[in-house]
Design a protein around this ligand. Structure first.
Ligand code: GLC
Length: 425
């Protein structure tokens, strides 16, 4: 473990090099090889990272992301700008129906929040670009409100939609799916990184079954709402959208734009957060909307409540408990749970960009844990590089290397020299 005081300038330069290297001209890939396309929330973080050294490039990332919006308002989780055979499942399997070949699901609504941070770096320079993006964000947020609510809590319809692909939260509902009928396939992810860090085959079969179901329905949301057996109300989707509504409201007011739907949407999601409170667990939790069952697990998404500005109830106690069990960042799954696996993707590892969102909320709430989380994430990256994610017990890097969002949040948040947004002024 190297000492952080070592060379902040070198780390800043390395982060910038990674962003430039992963730039494909207007959009960025999360990392070459493993993820060769544009991912939705990755791009939102990337925009903020680019804006630290090239404001125009930051805006461009958001513009290209939103240009892939479907006619119904959905912004897909992957846009396949240039087909690359090293990734599976590709555009033919998804059969997206937007202006750019794409997947058929979305991802957490981070983009409006990152747009606000980019805008605030230079409101004058960003005003026209933000005005042009604003109605697209409204349409995307409206799509979530129209199609993804259950008792006013925001749901995902595929494990990849929450961005927490193989979290133990999905084990129950996935087990109910019989994946027979999917065509034989060859995974590509396990050719890029150690299979012990990736989702298992049983999970993958079910991910593909859900993709096939969506494709077969032409991604018709009304139809899918009737037939899809996987519909989880989830703190990731919920808290990110609530925060994004608030940031969009702020932007709309700053620019004199029509904010009329936002107050109701905000009130609705504030009320809906109550339906995600698992009192037995003492934390916000995922709720299976088909069975009513809780996931009964403290994930890092539970700690986004401060980011969303909702009543944290006893979340601070849960936070203190899980933090006392790890050395670095926030574990993606409760370290005391039997399902905890420190190196397997979303079943335990710590993710730098989730840490940033959690810390933004803690800072907003005036809690000291935000600064601590930033310091521990900075140590993690300084000592272990710009990995996709990390073992929270040892800090060991895992998954893909030279990762865009890790570099971006370094530049915009974790670096001691970061020009952080207003939440941490
Ligand atoms: C994985 C992650 C997801 C991310 C994508 C690209 O699928 O689980 O959150 O957006 O990789 O980095």
């Amino acid at each position: 473990m190297k000492d952080l005081s070592m060379d902040v300038d070198a780390l800043d330069a390395e982060a910038e090099r990674i962003l430039r290297m992963n730039d494909r001209g207007g959009y960025s890939v999360p990392t070459a090889g493993l993820y060769p396309y544009q991912w939705n929330w990755d791009s939102a973080f990337a925009a903020y990272g680019y804006a630290m050294f090239d404001l125009d490039r930051g805006w461009r990332e958001l513009e290209v992301l939103m240009a892939g919006q479907w006619p119904d308002g959905m912004v897909p989780h992957i846009q396949f700008h240039k087909v690359d055979p090293s990734y599976f499942p590709g555009p033919d399997i998804w059969g997206g129906v937007g202006p750019v070949p794409s997947s058929g699901i979305s991802q957490p609504a981070i983009a409006a929040t990152m747009a606000r941070l980019v805008y605030e770096l230079d409101p004058h320079a960003g005003a026209e670009r933000m005005r042009a993006l604003y109605p697209k964000f409204i349409a995307w947020h409206r799509w979530f409100m129209d199609w993804r609510l259950d008792r006013d809590a925001v749901c995902l319809t595929h494990p990849w939609e929450a961005g927490r692909d193989n979290a133990p939260d999905w084990d129950g509902p996935l087990a109910r799916i019989d994946p027979s009928g999917i065509a034989p396939y060859e995974r590509r992810d396990t050719g890029h990184v150690d299979p012990s860090m990736r989702p298992k085959k049983a999970d993958y079969d079910r991910y593909l079954w859900l993709v096939k179901q969506g494709h077969d329905c032409g991604w018709d949301q009304a139809h899918l709402r009737e037939v899809n057996p996987f519909r989880m109300a989830d703190p990731t989707m919920h808290f990110t959208l609530l925060r994004a509504h608030r940031d969009l409201m702020w932007l709309g007011e700053a620019l004199g734009l029509d904010t009329s739907p936002l107050p109701d949407w905000i009130a609705q999601l504030e009320a809906g957060a109550e339906t995600l409170w698992n009192a037995r667990l003492g934390a916000y939790d995922c709720r299976d909307t088909v069975t009513g069952d809780w996931a009964d697990a403290v994930s890092n998404a539970a700690f986004l409540c401060w980011y969303a500005g909702v009543d944290p109830k006893t979340t601070a106690q849960a936070y203190a408990r899980v933090q006392s069990k790890v050395q670095f960042g926030v574990a993606s799954h409760d370290p005391e749970s039997p399902a905890f696996e420190p190196k397997r993707y979303w079943r335990g590892p710590t993710w730098a960009m989730m840490n940033m969102l959690i810390a933004m909320g803690l800072d907003d709430a005036g809690r000291p844990e935000g600064a601590e989380l930033r310091a521990s994430t900075a140590r993690l990256i300084a000592g272990n590089g710009f990995a996709e994610y990390f073992d929270p017990l040892t800090g060991a890097p895992a998954g893909g290397k030279d990762f865009t969002w890790t570099a971006a949040i370094w530049l915009g948040w974790a670096s001691p020299k970061a020009r952080r947004g207003r939440w941490a002024a």
